[in-house]
Design a protein around this ligand. Structure first.
Ligand code: PHE
Length: 334
């Protein structure tokens, strides 16, 4: 039996090598393949270096085919190498790492619209010189009503559907009791805002919630006048809703302010409708008496606004319940 001729070897190589390359699945197998066929003492080299031993008329043909085959196999090898090496490093059996896939986006939280509105309100008043204070959510009848000139038989109690605790205390129905705490603890002059949660016995619907938020304001000084109150609230509205916003003061009644007013703003989006956003007035002397302030020396004004109401108008939200449902499709819009 004679040795296979170079041409026969080339035939063999051409039919076997590509199939063997297909079977390589690891970088190690690929390296073995390279050494066997394409390496310095690989089969292709051997064929080319044995070219001197074959009849000279066959040499060009063998050389040409051997070189063509070398190019073909080298190219396939490189392609295969790209695939095998890119999957190396991943877990066994895991799908190969695909660097062309889009990256995973980290989803970021956003601020709750009520907090956005509240932060803005606080910022506006702090820039005017107000200090932010907080008061308790559980109150006594004295702070929530009595000291604010709302005695037990006063009809204004009907405006506040109160939630009582078993021990007779109650959940504050407004932030006005914070006025009383501050004035008991501090001497005038003072200028504070008091944001916080408030509670009323209301069934939850599009515009009511048993838990809601208010921001109270109080300025007591020798010369804090109704004109100052108007200027303060006008500046606030223009900063919060924009300088074009129209507002009006409507006479109203609160037991703890005299005279009292409610402020409406006009909404072009709502067909020019006037919507109430806050209550305000000059602090009633009865309130100053309850905290021991000298009514001959001090006067001042107070105001209270609903944060939900302001946020709904500012962001165009038509259902109060959206604030409390924590639906990310809603919250993500802010
Ligand atoms: N406390 C009132 C309310 O809840 C609002 C208010 C505050 C009115 C301060 C006048 C002065 O409706």
């Amino acid at each position: 039996m004679s040795l296979p001729s170079p041409l026969e070897l080339l035939d063999q190589l051409e039919s076997e090598a590509p199939a063997e390359l297909e079977d390589c699945t690891s970088p190690e197998e690929l390296e073995d393949y390279r050494v066997k066929y394409l390496g310095r003492s690989g089969m292709l080299r051997q064929i080319l270096s044995s070219i001197g031993e074959i009849p000279s008329e066959q040499r060009p043909q063998v050389g040409k085919r051997a070189n063509a085959l070398k190019q073909k196999l080298s190219k396939k090898f490189e392609q295969k190498q790209g695939k095998v090496s890119s999957s190396s490093g991943s877990e066994e059996g895991a799908p190969p790492f695909d660097p062309t896939l889009p990256g995973r986006v980290n989803s970021r939280g956003s601020k709750h619209p009520l907090n956005l509105a509240l932060e803005r309100i606080v910022e506006i008043f702090e820039r005017m010189g107000y200090t932010t204070v907080e008061g308790p959510e559980i109150e006594t009848d004295f702070y929530n009503f009595e000291a604010l000139n709302i005695p037990a038989d006063h009809p204004a109690r009907d405006m506040h559907d109160t939630l009582y605790l078993e021990d007779g205390r109650l959940l504050r129905t407004h932030t006005s009791p914070v006025q009383v705490h501050v004035m008991e603890a501090e001497k005038p002059p003072l200028q504070i805002i008091a944001p916080g949660r408030t509670f009323r016995r209301d069934a939850a619907d599009m515009s009511h919630s048993p838990v809601f938020h208010q921001v109270e304001g109080l300025w007591v000084d020798r010369q804090a006048t109704f004109a100052d109150l108007k200027g303060t609230l006008e500046l606030f509205v223009h900063r919060f809703f924009g300088p074009e916003t129209r507002l009006r003061f409507r006479p109203s009644y609160f037991p703890f302010t005299e005279p009292s007013a409610e402020v409406d703003i006009q909404f072009e989006e709502a067909g020019g409708e006037w919507l109430e956003i806050l209550g305000a007035g000059m602090v009633d002397p009865e309130v100053f008496k309850a905290v021991g302030y000298d009514t001959d020396r001090w006067q001042g004004f107070a105001f209270g606004m609903g944060v939900e109401r302001l946020a709904m108008l500012k962001y165009g939200i038509d259902n109060l319940q959206l604030f409390y449902e924590n639906d990310l499709r809603f919250l993500n819009q802010f």
